[in-house]
Ligand binder design. Structure first.
Ligand SMILES: C[S@@+](CC[C@H](N)C(=O)[O-])C[C@H]1O[C@@H](n2cnc3c(N)ncnc32)[C@H](O)[C@@H]1O
Length: 256
């Protein structure tokens, strides 16, 4: 799948300065050229959104941790939720997690809402910008600020960062959710996934990430997969937490 070009667009004159600064920092065009059919990084009064330039009004993608978001709903499931059990949460124990494939931050927000400190690593600068914008808004909203305060974010390539970050932060869990072709039928999910794939392509580097995570010395590596997806690198997990549509493969490392 080919990756679509991205251009920045200011939604109102008041947003122009911010749009130009963002375009310069991401090295993107500050406005879409005539006939542009790629992706738009829209700067509006609410923040940032990613949209299809041909139908910008249809399902723009925005990082939102507000009421009703999937991350908020998942976090309400509590410590006994599938993701909480997979990450090894116990009464009185909340691991420090490195989410090495941060994406739109939904899983990281869920873990942070369950009480974990989470360091997010995202390699794509546009996704990183969307996520930084969502975290900024979450930090400014009294309802989500206590959770956002437990989250830190950096733009980088997890494979090269992991060993150093695990040691420096004393992380107990590395969490991985590599891209996998989406099969869910809901139009909104499908549209969001199409935008994501147009931006990132469908390349699956999960195998190398798993190797880097396991080599980092962290005690626990959690891999999120669609329920029937093959194992990453064909590696048999120590524990599997299976749900209706996803499963979590857990790899444990016992330092000798
Ligand atoms: C399926 S998404 C993750 C979704 C995320 N779990 C959530 O809840 O929103 C995968 C993300 O991982 C990022 N990614 C993939 N490989 C990476 C790597 N080696 N280092 C950093 N980020 C990576 C991709 O750019 C993409 O944004």
């Amino acid at each position: 799948m080919t990756v679509s070009p991205v251009a920045v667009r200011a939604e109102t004159p008041a947003c122009r300065q911010r749009a130009e600064a963002l375009a310069a920092s991401l090295e993107l065009p500050p406005a879409p050229p005539a006939g542009f059919a790629g992706l738009l990084l829209v700067v509006d009064e609410a923040g940032l959104a990613l949209a299809d330039a041909r139908h910008p009004e249809r399902h723009p993608l925005r990082v939102d941790f507000g009421a009703g978001s999937s991350a908020r709903r998942a976090a309400q499931a509590g410590r006994r939720s599938l993701i909480g059990r997979a990450a090894g949460l116990k009464p009185g124990f909340r691991p420090l997690v490195i989410d090495a494939t941060a994406g739109l931050g939904q899983d990281a927000f869920t873990l942070a809402a369950l009480g974990c400190r989470v360091h997010l690593v995202e390699r794509h600068p546009v996704i990183h910008a969307l996520l930084a914008d969502g975290l900024e808004r979450a930090g400014a909203d009294p309802a989500t600020a206590p959770v956002a305060e437990r989250m830190t974010l950096e733009c980088g390539e997890a494979e090269t960062l992991l060993a150093e970050r695990v040691a420096a932060l004393g992380a107990q869990v590395v969490y991985l959710d590599p891209m996998f072709p989406e099969r869910r039928k809901a139009a909104r999910v499908k549209k969001a996934m199409q935008l994501f794939q147009a931006l990132l392509g469908t390349g699956d580097e999960g195998d190398a990430l798993l190797a880097a995570a396991r080599a980092s010395g962290v005690r626990r590596v959690v891999v999120k997969r669609p329920r029937k997806a093959p194992l990453l690198a064909g590696a048999a997990p120590d524990v599997v937490f299976g749900g209706k549509s996803v499963r979590f493969d857990v790899y444990l490392h016992h330092p000798g």
